[in-house]
Design a binder for this molecule. Sequence first.
Ligand SMILES: *[C@@H]1O[C@H](CO)[C@@H](O)[C@H](O)[C@H]1NC(C)=O
Ligand SMILES: *[C@@H]1O[C@H](CO)[C@@H](O)[C@H](O)[C@H]1NC(C)=O
Ligand SMILES: *[C@@H]1O[C@H](CO)[C@@H](O)[C@H](O)[C@H]1NC(C)=O
Length: 413
Amino acid sequence: MNWIVLFLVAILSASDGAIQPTHFQHHNYNQLTSFMKQQAARCPSIMRLYDIGKSLQGRTLWVMEISDHPGNHEAGEPEMKYVGNMHGNEVTGREILLLLIEYFCSNYNIDSRVTRLINSVRMHIMPTMNPDGWEKAVEGDWSGTTGRYNSRGVDLNRDFPTLHDIVIRQGRYYFDYKARQQETTLVMNWMNAYPFVLSANFHGGALVASYPLDDTLSGQSVYSTTPDDDVFRSLAKTYSYAHPTMWKGQSCSRNSRSHQNKSFSNGITNGAAWYAISGGMQDVNYLTTNCFEITIETGCQKYPYGTSLQKEWLNHKNALLKYIEQIHRGIKGFILNSSNQGIYGASLVIQGRNKIIYATEYGDYWRLLLPGTYKATVSYPGYISVTKTVTVTSGATKQVNFTLSRQVYPTGQ
Ligand SMILES: *[C@@H]1O[C@H](CO)[C@@H](O)[C@H](O)[C@H]1NC(C)=O
Ligand SMILES: *[C@@H]1O[C@H](CO)[C@@H](O)[C@H](O)[C@H]1NC(C)=O
Ligand SMILES: *[C@@H]1O[C@H](CO)[C@@H](O)[C@H](O)[C@H]1NC(C)=O
C-alpha cells in the first residue's frame, strides 16, 4: 500500500503536469538564433520574435515577445521583460531564459499557470544583451572576467546614466545624452518603447536577488534606498524564496573576492549596500521609466558546464514564474478625460513616495504596491488633479480609474 502512495507522491512532485523543456545545452549565437526562430515558428499564436538592433560586432539582439495577442499592447494589460547575459561570461540567465521560452511555448493551453500568465501579461524575453562577449567567454569559468565586456572592452552594467547624470526638472527625469555603447543605447531605447512595469536582469558569480539603488552619490558602499524599498524587498524575496537555496543567503565560499563571498539575509540585498556601482541598468529602469527592475545573481559559477543546466533550470523555474506573477499587485487602471479618452503622460503619485508613474498613450497605468491604504493623486497640466484613497489587498491588482476635467479659467477680468 505505502509504496503506491510514495510512488504517486514521487511522480506528482517530479512533474507539475506541464511539459518540461529538453534543450539543456549552451547555445552559441547561431544556435540561439535558430532556437528562437524555431520556437517562434512552433508557437506563432503566442510568440513574436523581434530584435532591437545589433551588437557592435553585428549580432542581433533578439527579443521573444510572449502574449495571447503578440504584437499588440492590450489596453490595461501590463508588460514585463527579462534580460540575460549582459556580462557575456555570466551565462546561466541566457540558458534559463531560452528554456523559459520553450516552457511557455510547450504549455500554453496545457498548463493553467502558464496559460494564465500568457493571457494576462505581455512578456518580452531577451536571452542575451551581450552576444559578442559570450563568444569570448570560457565554459567552466567560476569568477573570471573573460567575455564579461562588450567587444570594445566596456562593462555594459556601468555604461547607463549614473545618479550624477540624472536630473529631475518639474517632476520629469533628464540625463545627459553622452555617447554610450551601442548595446546600451539600444536597450535604453527599448526601455522607453514599451510600457514595462516589471523586469529582472540576470548575472552570475553569486546567489542573491539585488535591488535598487546600485549607485550612491558619495560612491561609498552604503544602503541606497528608493521610495519603494518595501516593494523592491518584497520582489527580491519573492524570487529568493521561490528558489530552493537562494533564500538561505549562503556565501559563495569558492569565490575569493570579498563581494562574491558575502552572505545575505533572506538571499536579498540592496545593490549599493553590497557594493556600489554607477551606471547600472536596474537604477535607470526605476529612475527614468515606470519599470521596477531587480538583478538576479543566478549562482556562484559564472559559466557552469552544460551538464548543470537542467539543475539550474529546475532551481530557477518556479522563481521565474512567480516573479512575473508579482506584476498583478498594487493598483492599475485608466487616466481619462471627460470624453473617456486616455491622457498620455498624466502622472500618478502615491503620497509619501517620491516616484511618478506616467500613463501610457492609451491612458492605462500600473502602480506596484504592497497591501495597505494609500492616497493616489493624478495630475496633468491644464486639468484639475484628483486624489483617491485606495486600499490594496494581497489579492489581484485593484482597478482604479481617474477621470480628470479641464481647468476652467475665469474670463472677462
Ligand atoms: C572572502 O574574500 C575576502 C577578501 O578578498 C578574503 O579575505 C576571504 O579569505 C574570502 N573568504 C573565503 C572563504 O574565501
Ligand atoms: C479628450 O482627449 C481627446 C484625445 O486627446 C481629445 O480629442 C478630446 O478633445 C478630449 N476631450 C476633453 C473633453 O478634454
Ligand atoms: C476603468 O476604465 C476602463 C476603460 O474605460 C473600463 O474598462 C473599466 O471597467 C473601468 N474600471 C472601473 C473599476 O471602473
